[in-house]
Write a protein that binds this ligand. Structure first.
Ligand code: SF4
Ligand code: SF4
Length: 697
């Protein structure tokens, strides 16, 4: 460039431009590499995590969730902003790289970006810089003026993050302005000198700045050109090195976090990767007790959180004021990591994470017990950050230390001795089916070496022993009988599925229950399993090995309705408005959303409405993870919030397909003062009531 001194030749503070920029490059790159290396130290001290399988599936997920920003539109405003910013960054990456090199090699042109391709790319990136700049302005205004509630930091979690967020957003805005000013000053100088003009995209930020600089003298343009470049360089490298100190680190880590994200979300993490159940006795300490007990991938999760607050915004525990907010499970662990593995100085490790007496602990017992393992946080997180495995691992650590809430000790002991949390006798397990009156309507056989069947109805503890839930068991049996299923139950040989026990963190007890049931199932010779309990369904499907395939009763009913084997009488009370509550372990954990709805829609005259939170955004009723036996401090029950949502949707009958949901929802209807105005019914009960038939046995 003749009329505007070449960057490399310009001098500042007695250094030529080339040397100055080279120094900034070296300092920036070395500094960044050093900081990232220090950030990786705890990952190397963390536990194993086998995430290197199925590379093509993982790449597919990178394309969908990272490049495709799949989850962002779930939050319209923030999601759209993020998509624009992400796309802008992707487009500007080459331009930023070229600009960096131009400082030391004035005539550098990125291969493939000369001539028309280069002009087209420049036009696109002029707009990209403008859009990113505007997005930053909007994001700052949102943070400072509109202040979405999910960004707030409750006092118990420390100081707010707004200053940091606004600082980072401003730095990116400055970067865009510097980039645009650099291009504008160059184009303005070319224009004044009558040289072939580098055309800037009309109405873009560089174009507007060029227009503003039209009458500026050439020497001033030269200084602006140099100054804009210097500002771009310094801001670029400052951002690069500053990001690993806070939420913006996700810019670097998100690609890897999504690539290594858990592929089978429904399968719980083993106690120790690479250690089989048979060799668990060799593991000295179960679960997570210190930071270094987390796996390296879980530590990468901590670095990758963008602090968007979506997880906590959807967390039912957070919504009812329990002392749990998943966002802060991550933020606290990340802060812990930064503090204990500083960039300057030596790391110190080994502090207990969940012992309230220990001043170094970051989590409280109640916080960790408050989770229902509903999965809403994981469903929402755009970066696929995991929570259930971490919380279960923290619980495993507490259980291993004998740190179990008082109210849970009794059910756990009963599970150990009697195989159910109520401490009831095994021989009473089939009482619900053996009652004389019921046997006359529908004979349910108990499977043994002489009495075989194709199908096992796995009942599980709550339906077997809870007087109210036994009605679900009887309805399920009648439906199976109606469709001609040759089925039976295990009776006294069936123990609790262990689903909640495992999520509670009692792995050894879970294994004992699982092995007992698996042996009984195999001995029964059945070819498939049906259950009406989504928790049992989830356990049999994902926690058990080598047992026959399992279906939830809603799947069986939907299939038989489609096949014409089940027909319905019309609804008697046409004034009733029904809504379906998705149980977490049927919906979010197993993606069964349509079958129950299809069944309801097949009942003539049934009016159905959707609640504001349904399907994969369903709101947990509070029943998972042994929560029926544990009542953490909360402002309102989850079930009460849920029945209010049903009332808001205009429904007066809540249909669910889970006995745990039924306990909570029926109770919540009373607590909410809706007794007489609202009722709850299980899908199997409703189907049994509406089925057009006489019992055939
Ligand atoms: S699993 Fe559910 S209750 Fe637990 S942290 Fe996530 S959203 Fe909250
Ligand atoms: S964990 Fe995910 S959803 Fe939660 S704040 Fe972090 S990035 Fe957002």
């Amino acid at each position: 460039m003749e009329n505007i001194q070449a960057l490399a030749q310009m001098t500042s503070w007695l250094l030529t431009g080339r040397i100055l920029f080279l120094l900034i490059h070296i300092l920036g790159v070395v500094g960044f590499a050093y900081i990232v290396a220090k950030r990786l130290v705890p990952l190397f001290r963390g536990n194993r995590d086998l995430r290197f399988n199925r590379p093509l599936v993982r790449l597919g997920r990178v394309l969908k969730f990272w490049l495709g920003q799949w989850k962002q539109p779930r939050y319209k405003t923030a999601g759209t902003l993020h998509i624009f910013i992400f796309a802008g960054f992707m487009l500007l990456a080459l331009r930023a790289f070229s600009v960096l090199i131009v400082g030391v090699s004035e005539n550098f042109v990125m291969p493939g970006l000369s001539g028309r391709a280069g002009s087209t790319y420049n036009t696109i990136t002029d707009y990209a810089a403008t859009i990113v700049f505007l997005c930053m302005v909007i994001a700052v205004i949102r943070r400072l003026v509109f202040k979405p509630a999910r960004y707030a930091v409750p006092a118990r979690y420390g100081k707010g993050h707004t200053v940091d967020a606004v600082f980072l957003l401003s730095l990116i805005a400055i970067l865009m302005v510097a980039d645009s000013l650099f291009a504008a000053a160059r184009a303005a100088a070319q224009s004044q000198a009558g040289q072939p003009l580098e055309v800037l995209a009309a109405f873009s930020l560089p174009w507007m700045l060029q227009s503003a600089l039209a009458s500026t003298s050439l020497p001033t343009l030269g200084r602006l050109y140099f100054g804009a470049y210097l500002l771009h360089e310094v801001t670029f490298y400052f951002l690069l090195c500053y990001r690993p100190f806070g939420i913006q680190f996700h810019v670097e880590t998100s690609f890897f976090n999504i690539y290594f994200a858990k592929l089978d979300r429904e399968i719980l993490k083993p106690v120790r990767w690479g250690v089989s159940d048979e060799h668990l006795d060799r593991v000295k300490s179960f679960g997570v007790k210190t930071f270094e007990d987390f796996t390296w991938k879980h530590m990468l999760d901590f670095y990758s959180c963008a602090d968007c607050g979506r997880c906590s915004d959807n967390c039912p525990a957070n919504a009812v004021g329990r002392p749990l907010s998943p966002r802060f499970i991550t933020v606290k662990a990340r802060d812990y990591s930064f503090q204990h593995y500083p960039v300057l100085g030596r790391g110190k490790n080994g502090t207990a994470l969940v012992v309230s007496k220990d001043s170094g602990s970051i989590y409280s017992e109640d916080e960790i017990w408050s989770c229902t393992t509903c999965g809403a946080c994981e469903q929402e997180c755009p970066l696929l950050i995991e929570y259930i495995d971490k919380i279960v691992d923290l619980r495993r650590g507490m259980v291993d230390d004998g740190n179990v809430p008082q109210s849970l000790q009794k059910p756990l002991k009963a599970l150990e001795s009697r195989g159910n949390p109520y401490g009831k006798m095994e021989k009473k397990k089939a009482d619900w089916a053996n009652a004389k009156e019921f046997q006359q309507i529908c004979r349910v056989k108990t499977l043994d070496s002489r009495n075989g069947a194709d199908t096992l109805y796995f009942v599980d503890s709550i339906t077997s022993y809870d007087d109210r839930m036994q009605a679900i068991g009887r309805a399920t049996a009648k439906i199976l009988d109606h469709v001609g299923e040759k089925f039976g139950i295990l009776g006294a040989a069936e123990r609790d599925s262990g689903h909640e026990v495992r999520r509670f963190g009692e792995e050894t007890l879970f294994m004992a229950l699982r092995d007992h049931n698996a042996d009984a199932i195999k001995a029964s010779g059945v070819r498939r399993i049906v259950t009406a309990d989504p928790h049992a369904y989830n356990a049999l499907k994902h926690d058990y090995k080598d047992v026959p395939p399992v279906e939830h009763i809603s799947q069986v009913i939907a299939r038989e309705v489609r096949a014409g084997k089940i027909k319905f009488n019309p609804i008697e009370n046409e004034k009733n408005v029904y809504t379906y509550h998705d149980p977490c372990y049927l919906g979010r954990h197993n993606h069964i959303y349509d079958d129950p709805r299809d069944v309801l829609d097949a009942i003539p005259g049934l009016k159905r409405v959707e609640m504001s939170r349904s399907r994969d955004r369903s709101f947990c009723c509070g029943g998972g993870g042994l929560m029926l036996f544990y009542e953490p401090k909360e402002d309102e029950r989850m079930g009460v919030k849920r029945v209010k949502m049903a009332a808001e949707a205009g429904a007066n009958v809540i249909v669910t397909a889970c006995p745990f949901c039924m306990v909570n929802i029926e109770d919540a209807i009373k607590v909410a003062g809706l007794d007489g105005k609202m009722t709850a019914i299980d899908l199997a009960e409703l189907v049994d009531k509406q089925i057009a038939r006489e019992c055939t046995t």
